[in-house]
Design a protein around this ligand. Structure first.
Ligand SMILES: [Ca+2]
Ligand SMILES: [Ca+2]
Length: 285
């Protein structure tokens, strides 16, 4: 429902002491939808945000109209509490701290054909499905109930590769889930390391000294082999938890990040002795 409609309803009921019981909880899907160009865009002290972009940054400085998405539609935001000022030097690759990588792929790397333009179609090769999904607020939702003991599937296909506007920017993909009960959680990504090493890690949010949420690493797979796997025997209920997949760099080429196609599965396991990262030594999934 658009804000103007809600305000109209609120006015209609104001004679009967109507108290609008609005929510700003994006996670519950209850936040007001908004356009930053509406005046006011949001009730009270709330601000209109799309991912990391808020308020006037959703207004095109040239036209004065709303910033538009790739399809030409005005970006629709959610009314949320004002966010802490962000460190503008912070990139998604530095925001998600994977820890120190100890092993690197040293063999030949095949071109995954994920950057540059296809000579036949002229289109940017990186499909950029569900992008941007690099920071909290942009993530791909996995829901509040992970599948438990699902039948093995190939998983959902994504790709780590940059946008045409910033071809050297490292890409990360972020997925979010919550847990209603403590759960043994598995995360599996499948990829061929010969086309580019990928890493995967699980984070939760913790408040830093200034009370701002920062990602805290729970577990990471930083190996330079085919596929990646995370196993958390008893992840506490709640969340949100964030699964992050990244391309990797190396000490020799710190500014060059790998790209690759991958498939991902995130699921729960009902018995402690059930599925495990170490159970299949052949690297299968
Ligand atoms: Ca991404
Ligand atoms: Ca890896």
């Amino acid at each position: 429902m658009r804000l103007s409609k809600i305000l109209t309803v609120a006015l209609l009921f104001s004679a009967a002491c109507y108290k609008p019981n609005y929510s700003s909880d994006e996670d519950l899907g209850k936040a007001f939808r908004c356009y930053a160009t509406d005046r006011p865009a949001c009730p009270g002290s709330l601000v209109c945000c799309v991912g990391a972009l808020c308020g006037d940054s959703l207004i095109d400085p040239v036209t004065g109209g709303p910033v538009k998405d790739n399809s030409g539609n005005p970006l629709e935001g959610s009314c949320v509490p004002p966010r802490a000022p962000e460190d503008l030097s912070l990139t998604p690759a530095s925001y998600w701290d994977f820890g120190i990588k100890g092993s690197y792929w040293t063999g030949a790397v095949n071109d995954p054909l994920l950057s540059g333009k296809d000579p036949d179609t002229g289109k940017w090769r990186c499909a950029r499905k569900l992008e941007p999904n690099d920071m909290p607020g942009e993530e791909v939702g996995l829901g509040s109930q992970l599948p438990i003991d699902p039948n093995p599937t190939p998983g959902t296909a994504y790709e780590i590769c940059p946008d045409e506007s910033a071809p050297d920017l490292p890409d990360v993909d972020v997925f979010k889930f919550k847990l209603p009960t403590p759960t043994k959680v598995m995360v599996r990504i499948t990829y061929k390391v010969t086309y580019g090493d990928l890493d995967v890690a699980l984070f939760r949010m913790a408040k830093d000294d200034t009370g701002v949420d920062r990602p805290q690493r729970v577990v990471a797979d930083l190996t330079a082999v085919d596929n990646g796997c995370l196993e958390v025997p008893n992840l506490p209920a709640g969340g949100p938890y964030y699964v992050v997949v990244r391309g990797t760099n190396s000490p020799e080429k710190p500014s060059k990040y790998s790209m690759n196609l991958y498939n991902i599965r995130v699921y729960g396991v009902s018995t402690p002795a059930g599925d495990s990262c170490t159970a299949k030594k052949d690297g299968g999934v």
